[in-house]
Structure formats: C-alpha cells, structure tokens
Design a protein around this ligand. Sequence first.
Ligand code: URA
Length: 196
Amino acid sequence: VAVAREMAAGADDLEALHAAIAGFDYCDLKKGARSLVFADGQPTARVMIIGEAPGADEDRQGRPFVGRAGQLLDAMLSAIEFGRSSEANPVYITNILPWRPPQNRDPKPDEIAMMLPFVERHVALINPDVLVLMGNISCQALLGRKGITKLRGTWTEALGRPTLPMFHPAYLLRTSLAKRDAWHDLLLLRAKMKSL
Ligand code: URA
C-alpha cells in the first residue's frame, strides 16, 4: 500500500496515473487480467461514477461498463440526459479495481486497500463535483461502510465531495423491483446537478 500511495502521489495527470497503475506489480489481479481497465467518459465531467471491477467484457475491451450491466448504466444515465459521450451532461466512469478478478469473484479487502490510493488520486485529478458509488464494493472502499440497501438514496460524503451510493446495475439486472429505487436515485442526481 505504501508503494501504491507513493506511485499514485507522483502522478500529475491522467496519463501518468494510467502509467503508474500499469507499472504497479504488487496486485495479483494484474497477472490474471488481459487488460488494464482505466476509465471512460469525459475527464471534464462534474459527475464521476465509481464501480467495482471489470468483468469479462470489460477485460476484453479495456473499457469499464461495456457489458450487460454497462448497457443498463448507459440507459439509466440517458434517462436523465446524462452519458459518457453527452456534451451537455457528461460523466466519467471508473472502477475501484482496474483488473478483472478471476471468474468475477468479489475483490478481496487487501486488493481494495492496495489499489485505493490510485482511486483517490484519480478522483483528485478529475476533481468532480459529485461522486456516484455503484454497489457495495465501492461504498466499502470509499465510505468504509457496507449495506447498499440502507446507504442508497441519500447523499453522503466521500473524499470531501457530495456522494450518492446507488444499487449496482448488475444487481438491478437481477432484481427488477429495485429499479424503482434506482429511478429515485437518478432523479436525486439530476436535481443535485441542477442545483450546483
Ligand atoms: N461492473 C463494474 O462494477 N464495473 C465494470 O466496469 C463492469 C461491471
């Protein structure tokens, strides 16, 4: 973690941060992954969305949220007229882990802790007005709290910024009743961005 913190701190822009992660050899996930999945969307965005880790599709394409969950995320964002390629309301998207865990298993606490300095630096470089945390893993990493069912739907704070925990779109794909809650949260996000 100390090495990660040092390497992250030395990254002065996104390119340097990407290179620092690519050159970080202490996380075992790197060995099993095909791609480093860094980010997508627009670095100037005021909304930064943080997911969990790449899945098979993301590992293949090297971009976050491009599989089924990612398609749902795009549809959710477009319902409030946001999107990774939107001009008026762009978002920037990344994950807690840049490498796919084997068989999509949950990331381990030590893997999360090890990569966290890079995530924190990533947030500092993008400097968004708000963070959106998708699912339990990113809430655990950045809020130190689990329990997305209780956390979602209320603004809180992470890294000194207004932060909205939401259900992960992969969860929404399995749990259609939760889509009502997701819609509620999207409206919260839209209202917040209008007010800022
Ligand atoms: N799920 C995530 O949390 N992130 C991705 O990039 C894809 C699926």
